[in-house]
Design a binder for this molecule. Sequence first.
Ligand SMILES: C/C=C/C(=O)SCCNC(=O)CCNC(=O)[C@H](O)C(C)(C)COP(=O)(O)OP(=O)(O)OC[C@H]1O[C@@H](n2cnc3c(N)ncnc32)[C@H](O)[C@@H]1OP(=O)(O)O
Ligand SMILES: NC(=O)C1=CN([C@@H]2O[C@H](COP(=O)(O)OP(=O)(O)OC[C@H]3O[C@@H](n4cnc5c(N)ncnc54)[C@H](OP(=O)(O)O)[C@@H]3O)[C@@H](O)[C@H]2O)C=CC1
Length: 445
Amino acid sequence: MKDILDAIQSPDSTSADFAALPLPESYRAITVHKDETEMFAGLETRDKDPRKSIHLDDVALPELGPGEALVAVMASSVNYNSVWTSIFEPLSTFGFLERYGRLSELTKRHDLPYHIIGSDLAGVVLRTGPGVNSWKPGDEVVAHCLSVELESSDGHNDTMLDPEQRIWGFETNFGGLAEIALVKSNQLMPKPGHLSWEEAAAPGLVNSTAYRQLVSRNGAGMKQGDNVLIWGASGGLGSYATQFALAGGANPICVVSSPQKAEICRSMGAEAIIDRNAEGYKFWKDESTQDPKEWKRFGKRIREFTGGEDIDIVFEHPGRETFGASVFVTRKGGTITTCASTSGYMHEYDNRYLWMSLKRIIGSHFANYREAWEANRLIAKGKIHPTLSKVYSLEETGQAAFDVHRNLHQGKVGVLCLAPEEGLGVRDEEMRAKHIDAINRFRNI
Ligand SMILES: C/C=C/C(=O)SCCNC(=O)CCNC(=O)[C@H](O)C(C)(C)COP(=O)(O)OP(=O)(O)OC[C@H]1O[C@@H](n2cnc3c(N)ncnc32)[C@H](O)[C@@H]1OP(=O)(O)O
Ligand SMILES: NC(=O)C1=CN([C@@H]2O[C@H](COP(=O)(O)OP(=O)(O)OC[C@H]3O[C@@H](n4cnc5c(N)ncnc54)[C@H](OP(=O)(O)O)[C@@H]3O)[C@@H](O)[C@H]2O)C=CC1
């Protein structure tokens, strides 16, 4: 591994040098174990501790197949899907690996007693499999997390609709929280040159998801002037949704849970900010009864910010806790777009407000190939910036996932894999200098 790192850090290394490097038989990777999926049985979700289920193991290097690439991972990031994996909710991800393993001789590799997790990476291509022409050893890349087989016409217009659509590092093995990762080569995209490894690894999953959910015509198709209600506006998804709203001329109404998070949103340029904690919204009277008076109080607060207008688009992901309020505060003809249910997936809302006011609910999930590429392009052009707050070592990944599970973090949490320290990998200092304040906005808060 040392030779690989030396080659990455030497400005003189050529593609031929990388191609000639011997690959190790094993590497260090963050895993969960199949024989531990019941370890949290009987505990409340909140009490399931990723630090107990997440391991750092030596694992065997997988065989490289056609259309694939092995990438030396310099940095990765923690996504909430790794939290779900580590607490084995809503189900164990080993079921996904077993199902994928049944697909073909080649996919059998994924069905292992350990799951190497992680759905983001920034690093350097080490090897490409047969049929890969666009990428070569030595290329500096990031990877998006859409894995598709593309054998069915169902996915040919929109790759997210492929019946064999999977999230790499969640529904496949050999993910990015590791020293080496296995990806399909069409997951690869150029690493933005003005960012360090850990900064480049931060946006991928959440930026692409927010792009489809909010901007793309497959999602809400946001336009200039739209009032966009953004839950968790300084979190992983929300910190990108807020940037998209501001960059696209919309009017974000940011919901957060502390003055510190409100300040982050303000520093991004948002003006309408609701601290849900300080204002004490209680959308549920008890476990099974919502309180429409609280929906109304919330809606009135939004109207104070908008001069009486209601919401064009709700950017939803908290789910059960907020969904009733989200449907209520949406304007006639408006859109609720949802990609998750962090607080519970059995939603309840008053359907009269949906049908009588001709509102729409749109389900959205990650992003298709093109959307992921466009989202990365916006990062590379300095239109949207990483929201990296804290960076952990690979050994500390359990703690990083714990922070995200307990909502102790801001924006995105990074993980150094092969990179020995932060700040390496920047190739375009001039562009970096132009955007340095925005790049550092979330750091160390
Ligand atoms: C990018 C980052 C993203 C995120 O972070 S997202 C957040 C994390 N992700 C999650 O929390 C999602 C985790 N996944 C799941 O919970 C499950 O993955 C799903 C609920 C999405 C799906 O459940 P499943 O059991 O895997 O699949 P089924 O489609 O329900 O299949 C079960 C059986 O039901 C049959 N079936 C499906 N649709 C129909 C239908 N319309 N009519 C009749 N049967 C149907 C199937 O065929 C199959 O059957 P047979 O078991 O015999 O093979
Ligand atoms: N389908 C897809 O493609 C994707 C789905 N996801 C899913 O989306 C969800 C959020 O992911 P991500 O943004 O990365 O996570 P983060 O934890 O980084 O951010 C979520 C934010 O939501 C807010 N929040 C959490 N719980 C509640 C609640 N009960 N009510 C109101 N607000 C709440 C918090 O902000 P605050 O406390 O400041 O209000 C929190 O910071 C996860 O469930 C994840 O699995 C993520 C990416 C892609």
